[in-house]
Design a binder for this molecule. Structure first.
Ligand code: F6R
Length: 614
């Protein structure tokens, strides 16, 4: 949610900041802007509403020169995404410039006070209050860094902020309050960078200092001083990052999302690499719990948002099936406000591909405060969730650029199955022979995902042409496929903008069946498993009401085609892997519909990859 990038060093800042923003654009793409300090000490600014290309147009036709610059790509909260409301924002004198990620909860109160003191505002954003506040504190006699620090103490809410002052050409200040997305400082040779996300730093350096909530950094070209917001120096540790920049290129695919769907066999392999052993089948995971502690867990709660919350629903089922621990999944935003009953025998597993989702981070904090043990399943090493949890199981999916999650969904389900197998082995709920079978099955997953991707040749284009102009879709499934029905509906609506609902097939007749008509296709997940006959019953109910059914079933299930309007196949697999394989047709169907409708698949409207506001 909003991306921040900054540069201070010996190179021209503008191209570096713009490149940084380009790689952060998935965090928000309503508007973008940059500010650069010239060698004459003037702060120049370029802004543009809409996507980063508009900013590139504005900055290329009238470039800014200077070795210090900050930029911002915005997901609008306060004020429409026009040029005036775009960041960076200035103080009244034009000497202080700020970019900001977060929501300033007390901005109205601060703004009123500043207006009463003679400050004039040009935008309707909450952010513009910040440079004015710093200006006022400098006017009272504070130095620039001190003014920033004291101003930070007056801001309510969660924030990531970067700012420059025209009289301080060798200084860039950044700070973090709460969980509004990260800020990491990249160390170069005689040059320094800041970015909201680690992949934006990868082309420049692998030496990084991530800021913790409540910290501020004063950065010069040779390094930085980190302190807490009460002014206590922090001995900040460096992290060496190893994100593969090459894998973040589109590689011949029309969209990142399609590339990311197609690379799922390899990314699944990465999630499994080094974690399986055979004869007997075992899972190796570095967990921070003793064997005794794992035996004494009395409940497991998975928390996450959006697609990650669908993965959590699968995770809870895996834990109950394999480790026989009562397990639930909860929407992190609701969990954090309902004072859940937890103790040291509760394991709370936060799932967040970005590792920066504000709702999930706050829920993790809540869980830790209540004494629960915590784990994170995340794709970003060094992210806030990674640092906040006792330990993390990394998804190893590589950078996911498409805003709609695809490969991270599959890899989070793999991570959860590994966790369930590990807990089950410790708690003796899985006989050795069964464990060996599960591990064998998992080792075949990459190949099966590959088969699922190449099955149904030509069908997705055909189905997109037939159905993409439908009014709405219903997705139905049972058991482990119910969360996949929800995820399928989510994928379709976020990239095609067609309304879709996912639910248990059993739920249909309790209300939603009223929506069934010839213009409401129903996607039914019906592999040949224990729920197959039940699914057939539900499919028949839909067809009896003139509903059209696209059925997803197991390859070789010949009799099925006569029972539905269109059929997609997934390879035969043990039931625990069915949700992973059934995700593939749901992803491809959504992708091809959105593409046929001409939508911006990688950056769908109104969304952002990393949701760092509540
Ligand atoms: C949808 C999607 C979102 C995220 C959600 C949580 O395709 O990507 O629903 O799943 O915003 O994000 P993370 O996993 O980063 O916590």
């Amino acid at each position: 949610m909003c991306g921040i990038f900054g540069y201070l060093g010996y190179q021209e800042a503008q191209p570096l900041v713009i490149d940084g923003l380009r790689s952060l654009a998935y965090r928000g793409y309503d508007s973008a802007g940059i500010a650069v300090l010239s060698s004459e000490g003037t702060l120049g600014v370029r802004k543009a509403a809409g996507k980063i290309d508009n900013l590139i147009g504005a900055a290329t036709s009238s470039p800014l020169s200077g070795k210090l610059g900050i930029g911002h790509t915005r997901w609008a909260t306060h004020g429409e995404p026009n040029e005036i409301n775009s960041h960076p924002h200035f103080d009244g004198s034009g000497s202080i410039v700020v970019v900001h990620n977060g929501i300033l909860e007390n901005y109205a109160e601060l703004k009123e006070r500043l207006i009463a003191n003679g400050h004039v505002f040009s935008s309707v954003t909450d952010t513009e209050v910040i440079p004015h506040l710093i200006q006022e504190l400098i006017a009272e006699g504070l130095s620039f860094p001190e003014a920033v620090r004291i101003a930070a103490g007056q801001l309510r809410g969660a924030h990531a902020i970067a700012c420059l002052h025209a009289d301080h050409p060798q200084e860039m200040i950044t700070l973090r309050i709460g969980n509004a997305g990260g800020v990491s400082i990249g160390h170069g040779q005689g040059e320094m960078f800041i970015a909201s996300d680690l992949p934006a730093l990868v082309p420049h350096t692998s030496s990084v200092t991530p800021l913790e909530p409540g910290e501020m950094a004063i950065i010069n070209p040779e390094g930085c001083d980190v302190m807490t917001l009460d002014g206590t120096p922090v001995d900040s540790s460096r992290l060496t990052i190893t994100v593969n920049a090459v894998s973040a290129a589109k590689g011949g695919y029309k969209h990142f999302m399609l590339k990311e769907i197609m690379e799922q066999p390899e990314t699944a392999m990465s999630a499994l690499r080094g974690r399986l052993s055979f004869n007997p089948g075992e899972v190796t995971l570095d967990l921070p719990f003793t064997e005794q502690e794992m035996k004494e867990f009395t409940r497991v709660v998975f928390i996450g948002m959006g697609t990650s919350s669908h993965a959590c629903q699968i995770g809870a089922r895996f834990i109950e099936i394999l480790a026989r621990i009562p397990a639930t999944s909860e929407n992190a935003a609701e969990f954090r406000y309902r004072d859940p009953v937890l103790d040291s025998h509760s394991l709370v597993v936060a799932v967040a591909q970005s590792g920066e989702t504000a709702d999930t981070l706050e829920a993790m904090h809540q869980a830790a405060t209540a004494g629960a043990r915590t784990l994170a399943i995340t794709n970003v090493e060094g992210s806030q969730a990674y640092r906040q949890a006792e330990a993390s199981i990394l998804m190893h999916a590589g950078p996911e650029i498409g805003v709609a999650s695809s490969k991270t969904f599959i890899n989070s389900m793999i991570a959860m199955q590994l966790l369930a197998l590990r807990l089950g082995a410790t708690r003796n709920t899985i006989p050795v022979a069964a464990s060996t079978e599960y591990v064998q099955a998992l080792s075949h997953l990459p190949g099966l995902l590959g088969e699922a991707l190449s099955a149904n040749e030509g069908m997705y284009h055909k189905l997109a042409a037939k159905y993409a102009r439908s009014r709405r879709f219903l997705f139905i499934g049972r058991g482990l496929l119910e969360p996949i029905a929800r995820e399928g509906a989510m994928k379709l609506k976020e990239i095609s903008y067609i309304h879709a609902e996912g639910m248990s097939a059993a739920e249909l007749k309790h209300g939603p069946i009223a929506l069934v008509d010839p213009e409401t296709p129903v996607i039914a997940f019906a592999p040949r498993n224990a729920m197959y006959e039940k699914m057939l019953g539900n499919i028949t109910e839909v067809r009896a009401r003139s509903g059209q059914v696209i059925g997803i079933t197991t390859a070789g299930n010949a009799g099925f085609t006569g029972l539905v309007d269109d059929t997609l196949y997934i390879p035969a697999t043990p039931p625990l892997l069915e949700p992973l394989l059934a995700t593939i047709p749901a992803q491809l169907l959504a992708y091809h519909m959105a593409d046929l409708l001409g939508n911006d698949v990688d950056q769908p409207r109104n969304l952002a990859k990393s949701v760092t506001v509540e």
